[in-house]
Write a protein that binds this ligand. Structure first.
Ligand code: XIL
Length: 384
């Protein structure tokens, strides 16, 4: 899965040399479902949840600084019904001074959600990026594990309260070269960037025994509400590999090219493996970069989005699906990547209509459509 990506820089580099070919895909919006005009998702979600037997959370990122506010107001009433703060709940925002909790932006996003009948998920309590300047390198290992990390996780999860559907307790901790049988040290990503360069010169003890992950999770378990899901959230996850085995939050920053996404059957296998363990799965940060913003690529994007959504909908243990950035002009992957459901002016793209169609199909009790991103030679869809 080399062309799934870790950063926008990597995405840009990869886009330059991914295969330009895209299959002729078969979409539900070709078969009588709406492909223009008003989008109905919010009104369908209650029937989706009823069929699943529990609330299905479908949403996107938001921060109060984002504009235009009127577009957000409309879209988080009619289309998205679940909110993640894009940056407002990260450690640099929530504890800008050591020991001083600042949940202002995180709470504002939560209030934005609640006021529009949306649910809210938390991202994140621990990541090697967007850490406050006071943290890395300034504490001993025992201070970090015994005090700094538990205090931060407790003040954030406790402060946001029990209504949060899920928390990314640790974000991007699994190494890219993870293999079965790896040591704990090998499986930790970007170890040089974590607050493991400790003031006591004790090398890398936090990484070596994963004690920072233990510190974060044990505090989260003790602090979170009884219905809050606690996640290891990571990118390049979803298939049958060692990295996926360590995560339950699948970021899904994808590229519309063979090898740039997991097939629906790979995702289905992963979700059912977790279901057998009694563990939930979730799609936490979905976007799909396009090599070209053309009709063919927009249709390919719609097919991949539909397949990811179906994989989650038809799984017994997948109940949260987050789109990372709601429109192309606000996307962390850049406007030319055209990686979201809505274009740079906020107009729905084929993927947005396909998502609505997949919801409608599911809510009506129809069987799961075939894997449409594989192309019409493999899959032909028709109204059943
Ligand atoms: C990104 C945000 O979208 C940007 O606004 C910010 O500048 C950097 O972080 N994986 C994650 C997210 O877990 O927090 C990242 O969000 C995207 C990659």
């Amino acid at each position: 899965m080399a062309s799934l990506i870790a950063s926008s820089v990597a995405a840009t580099l990869l886009a330059a040399h991914v295969a330009q070919a895209q299959p002729a895909v078969s979409l539900l919006i070709d078969t009588g479902y709406a492909s223009s005009g008003p989008l109905h998702v919010a009104s369908i979600l209650p029937a989706v949840s009823a069929r699943k037997g529990q609330t299905f959370h479908f949403g996107s990122t938001y921060d109060t600084t984002e504009a235009p506010q009127s577009w957000f107001d409309t879209m988080f009433e009619s289309f998205f019904k679940h909110v993640v703060s894009e940056n407002g709940c990260k450690w640099d925002a929530t504890e800008p001074e050591q020991g001083v909790s600042n949940l202002t932006e995180c709470q504002a996003c939560h209030s934005f959600a609640t006021a529009r009948g949306n649910s809210f998920r938390g991202h994140n309590t621990f990541w090697h990026q967007q850490m406050p300047a006071w943290l890395p390198g300034n504490f001993t290992a025992s201070e970090l594990v015994g005090n700094i990390i538990p205090q931060h996780v407790k003040q954030e999860i406790g402060g946001m309260g029990p209504s949060v559907t899920s928390w990314d307790v640790v974000n991007e901790v699994v190494g890219d070269n993870a293999t079965t049988g790896m040591t704990a040290l090998q499986c930790v990503l970007s170890k040089a960037d974590w607050p493991t360069v400790t003031a006591d010169g004790s090398g890398i003890p936090l990484v070596k025994d994963l004690s920072f992950i233990y510190a974060a999770f044990s505090t989260a378990f003790a602090t979170a509400g009884p219905n809050t899901r606690l996640a290891v959230n990571d990118y390049n996850t979803g298939g049958q590999d060692a990295k996926t085995e360590l995560a339950i939050g699948f970021q899904s920053h994808l590229t519309a090219a063979v090898g740039g996404f997991y097939t629906k059957s790979e995702l289905a296998t992963t979700f059912s493996t977790l279901a057998k363990l009694g563990v939930e799965a979730m799609i936490t940060e979905m976007d799909i970069e396009l090599a070209t913003n053309s009709t063919a690529f927009l249709r390919y994007q719609a097919a991949i989005w539909g397949d990811y959504l179906d994989a989650c909908l038809y799984a017994s243990n997948c109940n949260e699906f987050i789109n990372w950035d709601p429109r192309d002009d606000l996307s962390w992957r850049g406007l030319p990547a055209a990686a979201t459901l809505f274009d740079g002016e906020g107009n729905p793209k084929p993927a947005a209509y396909e998502v609505a169609a997949r919801f409608e199909n599911f809510a009506a009790g129809k069987p799961e459509p075939c894997s449409t991103s594989s192309g019409t030679s493999v899959c032909k869809l028709s109204r059943h």
